[in-house]
Design a protein around this ligand. Sequence first.
Ligand SMILES: Cc1cc2nc3c(=O)[nH]c(=O)nc-3n(C[C@H](O)[C@H](O)[C@H](O)COP(=O)(O)OP(=O)(O)OC[C@H]3O[C@@H](n4cnc5c(N)ncnc54)[C@H](O)[C@@H]3O)c2cc1C
Length: 245
Amino acid sequence: MAQGNPKIRIAHATPLGHGARLLRVERVDGAELGFAGGQYVIINTGVTLPGGKLAKRAYSLLSSDAEQRAVEIAVKRIGAGPGSNVLNDLPAGAELEWSGPWGKLRLPPGFSGRALLIATDTGITAALGIAQSAAAAGAAQLDLLWLVESEDYFLSEPFVRERLPAPVRLSVARDLPPVGHPERPARACALVSEQHLSAGPYDAVLCAGDGAVLYPLRDRLTSLGAPEGSVLLESFFNNPLKKSL
Ligand SMILES: Cc1cc2nc3c(=O)[nH]c(=O)nc-3n(C[C@H](O)[C@H](O)[C@H](O)COP(=O)(O)OP(=O)(O)OC[C@H]3O[C@@H](n4cnc5c(N)ncnc54)[C@H](O)[C@@H]3O)c2cc1C
């Protein structure tokens, strides 16, 4: 018998400050998601776009991968964007088609080395997932740098600190120019100083967020001595590779 597309249910929704929401979701069939920290799911928001396609959007799992049934995502409203608005408005109990988990922004299973995580903007969700997974595996050192434009951008710093396992050292830089600002990439590169890399050496550097920033940042990290190939990127938006297609 043909099976329908797998669904998740919004089990619980909590507002998060200005225009964002924390959603606890679970599979309708009760099965585990089978994700690793840093991975994401794609949710079919049910909204039909002007061209006739359905708006399917990616969201990183920010909860610990030690819990595979009730998992969490956080969604920031982006202007009149169809997906983020639906996910900020749907009531608890709503069911949505999904696929996943997806994504290579993760540390190898059992990673016990030193890792630097850099998040811009909403990329903090992926960094939270990775940090919890790595701390549970016994990583030797975890440093997290979060670059945002203001204090009330998305998740609050207390929320992030509360979710971070004790060994993670968090620094937050709150003066990143807004998304799309021509000086944003250069400012982000300036915020990542030799001081950050000298806290290593790191076995892995994982970055998530604004693609317009992440690629120049990777060049900056390499120039500061990060081993070639050790820096993994996940663009949440402004993905330059997508634009060139
Ligand atoms: C791997 C991955 C993981 C993601 N994880 C999260 C997450 O955990 N939480 C979350 O809120 N979003 C996340 N996103 C972004 C999300 O998939 C949607 O792009 C976002 O919710 C906007 O969707 P929309 O339909 O409302 O607007 P759209 O119409 O799709 O977006 C409008 C424009 O805004 C851009 N955009 C998306 N996010 C931002 C942002 N933060 N700031 C500025 N512009 C942006 C889009 O690229 C697009 O150009 C992730 C994206 C990817 C690829």
